[in-house]
Design a protein around this ligand. Structure first.
Ligand code: TYD
Length: 212
């Protein structure tokens, strides 16, 4: 049985997940907790290689099912090599994206259907699900504007999708939120950075207190 605590951070493009995770990890570590931060797709060499295949801007011909299967394959390897061992050591694992990304992006936005995408992911993850998922909600207008202003983030194949795709991603996350209200917590990621951080931190601390 896993003794650690598995947290995933989700949201559309430009939600600010990456910088939030860095700060969250530092804060929890300063409080003496043992925390591992990782990301999907990637986090370990095999999964990082799969990531470059998926996100290559030249791969415009990639079939939607191929895309979903590659994300699931990368997820499996990352889970087995990194997430599960850390949980077994009793660590808090904070993962930038997990299965909800596939459900929102491939299942809903690409139109493969959340049920079908859930089925291949269930095969990939078996019963390792996050105990807490924070959905950092941002409208595509705000999120995409942040990315283009930042200028330091490499544009990937999914960033090249039309605005309507990103609207559907957000809709997908909102569906998941109503489907899993006990697991997924909503944070308004359009607020000031500090407010967003404090909101996420208080959710995480409240949840950790419940299990400790
Ligand atoms: P990344 O550079 O990590 O973007 P972000 O900083 O927004 O997380 O690229 C990951 C991209 O892959 C992002 O556009 C979301 C997408 N994605 C899926 O479509 N399905 C998935 O299962 C995962 C994990 C990511």
């Amino acid at each position: 049985m896993n003794r650690g605590y598995f947290i995933t951070i989700e949201g559309g493009e430009g939600a600010g997940k990456t910088s939030l995770i860095t700060r969250l990890v530092n804060t929890l570590q300063e409080k003496g907790m043992s925390v591992v931060a990782t990301r999907e797709p990637g986090g370990i060499p095999i999964a990082e290689k799969i990531r470059t295949v998926i996100l290559d801007t030249e791969h415009t011909m990639m079939d939607a099912r191929t895309e979903a299967l590659l994300y699931a394959a990368s997820r499996r390897q990352h889970l087995v090599e990194k997430v599960i061992p850390a949980l077994e050591e009793g660590k808090i694992v904070i993962c930038d994206r997990f299965v909800d990304s596939s459900l929102a992006y491939q299942g809903h936005a690409r139109g493969l259907g959340m049920d079908d995408v859930w089925a291949i992911n269930q095969f990939a993850i078996k019963d390792t699900m996050p105990m807490l998922t924070v959905f950092m909600d941002v409208t595509p207008e705000v999120g995409l504007a942040r990315i283009s202003q930042a200028g330091d983030r490499e544009i990937n194949r999914l960033d090249l999708e039309l605005h309507s795709f990103h609207e559907r991603v957000r809709e997908g996350y909102q569906l998941l939120l109503s489907q899993y209200p006990e697991r997924i917590e909503l944070v308004n990621a359009e607020l000031e950075r500090e407010e967003v951080f404090q909101a996420v931190l208080s959710i995480v601390e409240r949840r950790l207190k419940e299990v400790m």
